[in-house]
Design a protein. Sequence first.
Length: 132
Amino acid sequence: NPCSGQGMTIALNPAPKDIVLVNVNIAGRCASKNYEVRPYVPIYVYTVNANGQKQYSFYTYINAGIGSFYLENNVKYHVETYFDGKVNSAEFVFNKNAIDIPTKSGLSGTFTYNQASNSSNLKAIYSIPNCK
């Protein structure tokens, strides 16, 4: 109670979140026919807690293989997209300084950080199993 004459303690978060712009360049590859698809697809992004549970964060659209969104540095994410009825996904701890995304289900890629713009470029690839 501020009128009681006693002091009040206010705690402030000393460190702001480290939010990074991620520019995405994604392609589907058909190894057997040697061609690439630049998809128009949604990408669903989830955070992953310490127990491994996914919590939906957001989705964004990729147009002709190009898009952008924001991620928080040092947070674990699960991302997935759908192409030709197949789920392509990956799980990783986002580290803006440069990481490789280990393939979980057909989606892999590499982040490259640009300190001047505080942005990260993601070059990602997923395989197309049923090339036609």
